[in-house]
Design a protein around this ligand. Sequence first.
Ligand code: SAM
Length: 205
Amino acid sequence: MRTFFGQFFSNFKTTGAILPSGGFLARRMTRPARKADGPMRILEIGPGTGAFTRHLLRNLQSGDELHIVEINTTFAEYLESRLLKTFRRENPDIQVHLHCASIEEAPIDGVFDYIVCGLPFNNFPVSLVRQIFRRMMSLLADGGKLTFFEYAGVRALKAPMVGSRGREQMKRHAATMKVLVRRHRGQRDFVLVNMPPAYAHQLTR
Ligand SMILES: C[S@@+](CC[C@H](N)C(=O)[O-])C[C@H]1O[C@@H](n2cnc3c(N)ncnc32)[C@H](O)[C@@H]1O
């Protein structure tokens, strides 16, 4: 919790939240991967202190593969020392790879059955949002599922504070999301018990 709070102040744009996600949101975000039979390849993007990672690790079976991409070295070191080191030692037949890089540049290939994305898209310019979604969709297997989330009402709350350029950007952001949802059979669930409440989105390739 302290690590996350500290990164909110030192890396506001990329951290995008003051607190890690809660258990209800974590369960919804990881549900497709947790309910599936393996062997499977999972990609988690933007794990922070591991709110979703813990749920993914708990469910992995022999032969599964998890790749984690985190841009922030403080979070990556935290994950490695608090979660991944022990997990790898206790589960030598499960591959877990941590890439300390941005998803735009991370050296990963092949396709994934599930992508769990924790990125704060509302903090990013629309061109970057589009670039990241193009990369994620290119890494998703046919029939694969991608989950991502956004805080409920975030655009309405920001609108009075961002000026006309900011509001234009928010409109383009919402339009981008609409296209993605239409193109990839989007579904969303409202998760009330989270700080703040959030929408969990799911796309299917
Ligand atoms: C809102 S936090 C979510 C953390 C965690 N998934 C949770 O829900 O508690 C966003 C995370 O995405 C990471 N991040 C931001 N931009 C990124 C990028 N381009 N590539 C990879 N990770 C990124 C941040 O460092 C941070 O860990």
